[in-house]
Design a protein around this ligand. Structure first.
Ligand SMILES: Cc1cc2nc3c(=O)[nH]c(=O)nc-3n(C[C@H](O)[C@H](O)[C@H](O)COP(=O)(O)OP(=O)(O)OC[C@H]3O[C@@H](n4cnc5c(N)ncnc54)[C@H](O)[C@@H]3O)c2cc1C
Length: 527
């Protein structure tokens, strides 16, 4: 009997999960084609002279037991971490599984660290809690005039709300008042998406901000100010711990997990082909026959299989189809919008800002709300894992910029981009330019599939592609979903299960929830 093959486009979390699941559950051989030279996709770890960069900072937490177990079967938790016994993420908690006996993070590298999140908002050259809390310190930092303005504009909103919420701006102003919206939402949200908040739909806000409003923030302030010990000790303690976010993190960054997964796939006989950009999907009627792409030598390669899984961006996939694609599908696909991402890694002697007690900043990342710079976030890799840094007497940071590949910024040389990043960081007081010792620029196209443009008609593309019975769309750009790794993995698992069970429908894959209430940028949750 000839062995079946599954051709998988992309070696990110979705593609690698699919490959290993085929090996675990079937006789189907995975053939993974990857355009870059690395595995992990957006969740890779970039190496630079002994230092490591994480594109965006990847917290490992999932509501799915299956995903948590999957990760921990690959990499056990560091020993001692189960002392406190839980992980927490956006108000959700789960117990921490026990560490495998004999495992030691000091001597063993293949481990998950348990990290406690710290991230704040940097605005007015000061730090504000994230999510913002109304405390005496917040009001002091905002200053009397701004606080008064925020209060008055909130009152105005209560008395004269915008009746019809058409845009994200209307949505936010109605919940927080104009001044707070301008202070804590507008700049960062527009940096991420590159469009004014008034051009983003209100439904999007409703979906993402679920139940958050100034009323609740004020209620928490009053309760903590006037009834600090009114509840019994245990309940109070529980409330506090539920707000503490703790997540898993591979010792050497997210890519370490995916590199290990790729090794396991190779050991199981799986095939990898790197440096090949798939640009043609050859179809015959309702089936895909093969995919083609150019390798680095400029030669055209073809890959044949029985099943095809794609994690490549939907727009690229539609362009690659060999058949005549309906005009409407092309129009919607060409109207899909993506945001691109640049991280400038800087190795610095020290930062120019510290904690109040003079110790180094403890944040994993900081939201840069300052409107006079383009920078969106600052990652402090030392605080994700000390193993991300070659020398612990240095600070290894990532300055993150959101842009579009058509922007001037995307086309800047590495030197010019580094200069821009250093200038901005120095301008807002994060570092002194003289303290920068080294730098590394990473550009990642299509990091954010956007839910505007033609996205509201995406169903038409979906129905069309689902018509190819042996083609399965999985993952982030594969399905145009603003997701986390666990969603990519679950869609890959579902696709493999459909294939191995002979299920042609893809409904169950599309039905997997991206868990809209916990996402990486949390743009809209700034309050
Ligand atoms: C800033 C940021 C922060 C994030 N933080 C978190 C977090 O805290 N926790 C979390 O779980 N997730 C986080 N994520 C999400 C996570 O990165 C993604 O969910 C995950 O990487 C998606 O995996 P994927 O395999 O679906 O896609 P990708 O990671 O995009 O992988 C797709 C792969 O396909 C390859 N490819 C594309 N086109 C072609 C082609 N034509 N031919 C061949 N190969 C191709 C690409 O090179 C890539 O390797 C974050 C994302 C971003 C951008």
């Amino acid at each position: 009997m000839t062995k079946c093959a599954a051709v998988i486009i992309g070696a990110g979390p979705a593609g690698l999960t699919a490959a290993i699941e085929f090996q675990r559950r079937s006789q189907i051989s995975p053939i993974v084609i990857e355009s870059s030279r690395e595995v992990g996709g957006i969740s890779r770890t970039v190496r630079y002279k002994g230092n490591r960069m994480d594109i965006g900072g990847h917290r490992f937490f999932s509501k799915s037991d299956r995903v948590m177990k999957w990760w921990l079967d690959m990499m056990p938790i560091e020993p001692g971490a189960d002392a406190d016994g839980y992980l927490g993420y956006h108000g959700q908690r789960r117990d921490l599984p026990k560490t495998a006996p004999g495992c030691n993070a000091q001597t063993e590298d293949l481990v998950m660290l348990v990290r406690q999140r710290k991230s704040r908002i940097y605005f007015l050259r000061r730090f504000f809690d994230y999510p913002i809390r109304v405390t005496a310190s917040t009001l002091r930092k905002l200053g009397g005039v701004r606080t008064l303005r925020c209060g008055l504009s909130y009152l105005r909103t209560i008395l004269l709300p915008q009746r019809e919420e058409k845009s994200l701006e209307d949505f936010l102003v109605n919940r927080f008042g104009k001044q707070l919206y301008l202070t804590f939402f507008k700049s960062y949200t527009e940096k991420v998406w590159g469009v004014p908040c008034r051009e983003i739909s209100a439904e999007w806000g409703a979906q993402r901000i679920k139940g958050l409003s100034l009323k609740k923030v004020i209620f928490h302030f009053l309760r903590s100010t006037f009834m600090p010990s009114s509840s019994d000790g245990i309940a109070q303690k529980n409330t506090e711990t539920s707000l503490i976010e703790r997540f898993l993190y591979p010792k050497f960054g997210p890519g370490q997990l995916w590199e290990h997964v790729a090794d396991v796939i190779r050991d199981g006989g799986g095939e990898f082909h790197f440096g090949i950009v798939i640009d043609r999907i050859v179809v015959d009627g309702s089936r895909v026959v093969s995919v083609e792409g150019l390798n680095e030598a400029g030669e055209r390669c073809s890959f044949y299989g029985d099943h095809f899984l794609s994690t490549m961006p939907v727009r690229d996939l539609i362009r690659a189809l060999s058949c005549e694609v309906p005009r409407e599908v092309i129009e919607i696909s060409e109207g899909l919008i993506y945001r691109d991402f640049i991280t400038v890694g800087l190795l610095v002697r020290r930062l120019a800002i510290n904690e109040d007690d003079g110790s180094p900043l403890k944040d994993n990342w900081v939201y840069i709300q300052e409107p006079d710079v383009m920078m969106g976030r600052l990652q402090i890799y030392n605080n994700w894992s000390p193993s991300m840094v070659s020398s612990l007497d240095k600070v290894w940071i990532g300055l993150e910029f959101f842009c579009s590949d058509t922007d001037e910024m995307w086309k800047l040389s590495d030197l010019a981009m580094t200069k821009l990043a250093i200038d901005e960081a120095a301008r807002i007081g994060i570092l002194k330019a003289d303290d920068v010792e080294d730098s590394h620029v990473v550009r990642v196209p299509k990091t954010y599939p956007a839910y505007f443009g033609t996205y509201n008609r995406f169903d038409i593309i979906r129905r069309y592609i689902d018509g190819f019975e042996n083609l399965f769309l999985v993952g982030r750009n594969g399905m145009h979903k603003y997701n986390n790794q666990d969603h990519s993995m679950l869609t890959a698992m579902a696709a493999v299960e459909n294939i191995t069970s002979g299920t042609v429908s893809k409904e169950n894959i599309w039905a997997i929830n991206t868990e809209m209430d916990y996402h990486e940028s949390q743009t809209e949750k700034s309050l």
